[in-house]
Ligand binder design. Structure first.
Ligand SMILES: NC(=O)C1=CN([C@@H]2O[C@H](COP(=O)(O)OP(=O)(O)OC[C@H]3O[C@@H](n4cnc5c(N)ncnc54)[C@H](OP(=O)(O)O)[C@@H]3O)[C@@H](O)[C@H]2O)[C@@H](O)CC1
Ligand SMILES: [K+]
Length: 551
């Protein structure tokens, strides 16, 4: 699984490599610039056929230094290159200054402002090397105007201009995936896009992807993402093997990759219980899904269906007595039990229930709170691993909005909370909204998991999963894995059931690994079905996904 780095981690890698004498900063800058040129020419082979015009915008730090290297390499290859610099050359850091001087030996450097940039000839390549991991505040207005895609209209046939971002589109915070603005940060497309919108066709980053490439606006702004090896490998820590719990210091992409190779089948087999064992249905666990009252059972039934499709041996829907007939009309392979308000849970769910799923359609109520409390108190004794898995979603979370601590006092390591942003905000108001202008989604979910003492999975196109020790993963429905059809009623209920179903067999992987796989399968099912998807389709698509993935 690919590691996602913070800006500080990237700087630390560079520092270690340089201080060990393995490489100089100038070497790294040269490799970075060469890597961008090679990647661009490989991406658009037609550009290699004849030298053309390139525009390189450089900033006051080492991102700008990379820009000077790129400009020189293109010039050496016969391109006509114009370079604009934001800032005073005398203030450039040493390596960037060396490359500024190398460029300046034969060519001039222009100022970076809309007038001077847009009056020149139309370039084939528009290269943004203004700010990278060193962005520390909102973009200056003049830079924002030059980088705004709208500015391209100054050139005729602007659609033919390839926009390349060096490390990231300038203005993107590589820790949060947000765009810092004077008013805080902008996260969502549609929610007041800043005037500084800077989207690239291709972003070339170095050594490893950063958090901001995958979180929030990152994928929208970066276009396609390529990672160039600049020889820091010696300093890199080993990669994450699929099926292993996360390292608390690191963040990984939840994906079926190891050392750059696809290991999808291995991932499925390492996380799921069913493919590794023969036996009777009780070997594969029993999931109990609580459903709502009359007319509100659909969400619970969706979760139950997903649990059964994902490998649980048995699934029981537990509902209030009045909803028994409604559910009986709709369920076959899924068992059904009614639970009266004064009846003990053990009457309908014995000790063999290995996973509970609560929330979808249950309603925000005292009754839901009481049932959640009762399930969380069902502990096996000495060993956490013997406790049933408890997936808490939707109304199981909403029922504790007034007093989240009451929930957190009971949650344990075999519990997973699966909120969407709104539910997360109600449970963790101090880790949401404006607080997230500075704190990445990963940090917010890590803190939430530590506070709740259980796993937290915060849904989104950039789903973040964290455990109380700090281990974290991002599951990204981006860079070719977009799943817009998943934004449909009931899709979240299916995910909750999927987690419960995957976690139910006694021999499945840790709950964290199961949650990563569930997020992946959920998106795979949506993408395989495609346009027109509704939540009912997701569980039915799972068998095809399993088959496609080689199970
Ligand atoms: N690390 C590595 O291993 C490698 C790194 N490499 C490259 O170096 C890049 C990182 O370089 P970097 O640290 O110099 O940061 P960078 O993004 O150039 O900007 C810092 C400058 O911008 C300024 N500044 C910031 N925000 C501003 C604003 N809004 N408006 C105005 N000014 C602003 C800031 O000023 P300050 O905040 O200090 O006042 C400072 O002067 C990295 O992204 C990659 O491309 C590669 O060569 C290969 C190896
Ligand atoms: K940049």
């Amino acid at each position: 699984m690919t590691e996602l780095l913070s800006s500080d981690q990237m700087r630390a890698f560079e520092k270690v490599a340089i201080s060990q004498g393995a490489v100089t900063g100038l070497d790294l800058m040269e490799r970075a610039g060469q890597g961008v040129v090679d990647t661009v020419l490989a991406h658009w082979p037609a550009l290699s056929k004849g030298a053309q015009e390139a525009l390189v915008l450089c900033g006051p730090g080492n991102n700008g230094g990379d820009g000077f290297v790129i400009a020189r390499l293109l010039r050496d290859a016969g391109w006509a290159v114009r370079v604009h610099l934001w800032g005073d050359p005398a203030d450039l850091p040493p390596d960037a200054k060396v490359n500024f001087d190398r460029w300046s030996e034969a060519d001039k450097v222009l100022s970076l402002d809309p007038e001077s940039v847009f009056t020149g000839p139309r370039p084939a390549l528009f290269i943004d090397a203004v700010f990278g991991i060193g962005l520390s505040r909102p973009l200056p207005d003049a830079v924002a105007q030059v980088l705004n895609v709208a500015g391209m209209k100054a050139w005729k046939s602007s659609h033919e201009i390839k926009r390349i971002a060096v490390d990231c589109p300038s203005g993107l915070d590589l820790d949060t995936g947000l765009i810092p603005t004077d008013m805080g940060a902008v996260e969502k497309a549609g929610s007041a896009w800043p005037a500084t919108l800077n989207t690239a066709h291709l972003t070339v980053t170095f050594h490893a992807p950063k958090l901001g490439h995958y979180l929030a606006l990152g994928p929208t702004l970066c276009g396609e993402l390529r990672v160039v090896d600049i020889g820091l490998r010696g300093a890199a820590r080993e990669q994450h093997m699929v099926g292993h719990d996360p390292d608390p210091q690191r963040v990984r992409l939840a994906e079926p990759k190891f050392c750059g190779r696809h290991v999808t089948r291995l991932w499925l087999r390492s996380a799921m219980g069913k493919p590794n064992l023969t036996g009777h249905k009780f070997n594969f666990g029993h999931v109990a899904v609580f459903a709502g009252g009359v007319g509100r059972g659909g969400a619970g039934r969706l979760a139950a269906r997903a649990a059964l499709r994902s490998g649980a041996g048995l699934v029981t829907v537990i509902c209030p007595p009045a909803a028994l007939i409604e559910n009986a009309c709709q369920l076959n392979a899924i068992m059904l039990r009614a639970l009266k308000p004064d009846q003990p849970l053990s009457d309908v769910a014995d000790h063999r229930v290995s996973a509970f799923c609560l929330g979808p359609g249950m309603g925000v109520s005292d009754r839901t709170r009481a049932l959640v409390g009762e399930v969380l108190e069902r502990r096996a004794g000495d060993h956490d691993l013997d406790d049933p898995v408890v997936v808490l979603d939707a109304d199981a979370l909403g029922s504790f909005a007034q007093d989240p601590q009451r929930l957190f006092d009971r949650t344990h390591p075999r519990v997973i909370l699966t909120p969407h942003e709104g539910e997360f905000e109600r449970l963790f108001p101090d880790l949401s909204g404006a607080a997230r202008a500075k704190m990445s989604k990963v940090d917010a979910v890590r803190r939430a998991a530590a506070r709740a003492g259980c796993i937290v999975l915060l849904k989104g196109g950039d789903t973040v999963i964290a455990d109380p020790q700090g281990g974290a993963a991002v599951h990204a429905a981006s860079y070719g894995r977009e799943a817009p059809w998943l934004a449909t009623a009931g899709a979240g209920d299916v995910l909750a059931g999927l987690i419960a179903g995957l976690a139910a067999p006694f021999n499945s992987a840790s709950l964290f690994c199961v949650a990563e796989l569930a997020a992946y399968l959920h998106v795979e099912a949506a993408r395989r079905f495609g346009p027109g998807l509704i939540a009912e389709d997701l569980p039915e698509e799972l068998p095809k996904v399993f088959r496609d993935l080689g199970l």
